[in-house]
Design a protein around this ligand. Structure first.
Ligand code: OOG
Ligand code: NI
Length: 475
């Protein structure tokens, strides 16, 4: 169904697989790999699936909304993963690799302010229809060596990273081929998926000796995770749930130890943005080798499980209000919540968010969220002699010729990301502060292109749905 009958530049009769097909295929093989690597992930998928089915069977309005926006078909396929890269070449090439699957960098996230020496983007599809067909995203971070003040260690890291190649020869060849021809045929697409997957797999042998590992770890646990291994192992793969509170409450019964609090906004009738929780990183055995050939076994914590619930995408005004209320709550309890004050934090968060309107009508009226527009059967009754345009939209909506459904937030939240990072790091790491912050320009230079602007993306998609409605009305 997702195959695309495209011919290549030379107009030969080769048939390319669609990028959606390749992306879905990649998401499936990655999920199968992660199930084997982290068995708790499989358990979590089962839990999320049960809860989603339960929510859908009990709430017809949620089901209808998801059917209308086209999200119902993607719900159980939806995943995001995360990787951490070491050097600019890796980010540059990762962009090219993801493009083969129709994934593009959206947004810039600065995590240095939250004590994590990386900056990031998320690779994902950028057309609404293809997002529904293949909803796979990868949060991708690049280590910021410029934030490491120990010059000697910085040089050492530089040398280690200089000597590593995280992509197989075959992957690089197929990226070239896809760029040159404008796509990959069935056989090449499958080969690409299998080869590219290798970059994301876990290696239980470190590339450095134990002393170096400890030195990296002492600088920051995350630096050890990026630098001491052969490649950027996927560190979590997150399914989407329709009720994260129910997942959080059911995790312990299944022996999946949850994080102390859910990141993001509080529970609401109309969910906004993104709420996330996770289970603690596994402690895994790693073999370290030294020059004399002797081996030492140590432990490494990096890979964890995460679950998310997605809600309405917010306008700049909505995001500003979200951050204001979140910061107010964090400030009142003295920063990130801990196991001891998680309950107090949740109560205060719910209290503070009472001023954030909790009906889709109000979110629309106050221009706090983005919406998909739909025509209603009533448009048959509209006068045929008038041409309708953007200025008529609110009146058409008011009079019932149009209806709206919230647009789902497709991206990430830096404060939540930092909270997830922190729950998997020692407290000392979580409290670190880096003086210098955002380096958006350098990130885009290393990436090799600008990232898509988040707000502009939602505005454009919203406008697209309005244009489609107007075309129907004016037809
Ligand atoms: C990335 C964490 C960010 C999210 O859901 O916010 C993320 C990482 O730990 O590498 O995946
Ligand atoms: Ni995540």
């Amino acid at each position: 169904m997702l195959s695309n009958n495209v011919t290549d530049n030379n107009n030969t009769s080769k048939v390319f697989e669609s990028t959606e097909y390749i992306r879905n295929r990649f998401s499936v093989v990655m999920s199968n790999m992660y199930k084997k690597e982290v068995p708790l992930y499989d358990e979590l998928l089962e839990l999320v699936n049960d809860i989603n089915n339960d929510v859908l069977s009990k709430n017809n309005n949620i089901k209808e909304r998801l059917e209308k926006t086209g999200e119902i078909t993607r719900l159980n396929m939806e995943r995001h993963g995360a990787i951490r890269l070491g050097k600019p070449y890796e980010l540059f090439t990762m962009r090219r690799l993801f493009k083969v699957m129709g994934m593009f960098p959206v947004g810039y996230y600065d995590l240095a302010t939250a004590g994590v020496p990386v900056h990031s983007t998320a690779f994902r599809a950028i057309e609404n229809a293809t997002l529904n067909q293949a909803p796979f995203r990868v949060f991708t971070s690049l280590l910021r060596l410029d934030l490491i003040d120990d010059e000697q260690l910085r040089d050492k890291i530089d040398t280690i990273l200089e000597n590593r190649q995280i992509f197989s020869e075959k992957t690089l060849e197929l990226i070239d081929k896809s760029e040159k021809n404008g796509g990959l045929n069935k056989e090449d697409a499958e080969l690409f998926v299998q080869e590219a997957l290798k970059t994301f797999q876990w290696h239980d042998t470190a590339t450095v000796d134990y002393e170096t590992y400890e030195e990296l770890l002492n600088q920051h646990r995350l630096i050890a995770d990026v630098v001491a291994f052969k490649g950027p192992h996927i560190n979590h793969l997150t399914p989407r749930t329709l009720d994260i509170d129910q997942v959080q409450a059911s995790m312990e019964a299944r022996n999946i130890p949850p994080k102390d609090n859910i990141e993001g906004p509080p529970a609401r009738k109309c969910p906004i943005l993104l709420r996330q929780t996770s289970f603690q990183a596994l402690t895994e055995n790693v073999t370290f080798k030294n020059d004399s050939g002797s081996k030492k076994t140590g432990k490494h914590k990096a890979r964890f499980g995460e679950i998310e619930q997605r809600g309405a995408a917010l306008t700049q005004k909505g995001q500003d209000l979200y951050h204001e209320l979140l910061n107010k709550t964090r400030k009142a309890i003295g920063g990130s919540p801990t196991a001891e004050n998680a309950e107090e934090y949740n109560q205060l968060l719910a209290e503070n968010f009472k001023v954030f309107p909790d009906s889709y009508n109000e979110l629309y009226n106050q221009e706090l969220a983005y919406f998909h527009y739909f025509t209603t059967p009533k448009i048959e009754r509209l006068a045929k002699d008038k041409i309708y345009n953007f200025t008529d939209v609110s009146k058409l909506l008011e009079d019932g010729y149009l209806s709206i459904e919230p647009m789902i937030y497709e991206d990430f939240l830096p404060v939540s990301a930092a909270g997830i990072f922190a729950s998997n790091l020692g407290t000392d790491d979580a409290k670190r502060e880096y003086k210098e912050t955002s380096n958006h320009t350098l990130f885009e230079k290393d990436l090799g292109q600008p990232v898509y602007d988040l707000i502009k993306w939602y505005e454009n998609i919203q406008a697209e749905t309005i244009i489609k409605c107007l075309a129907e009305i004016n037809a």
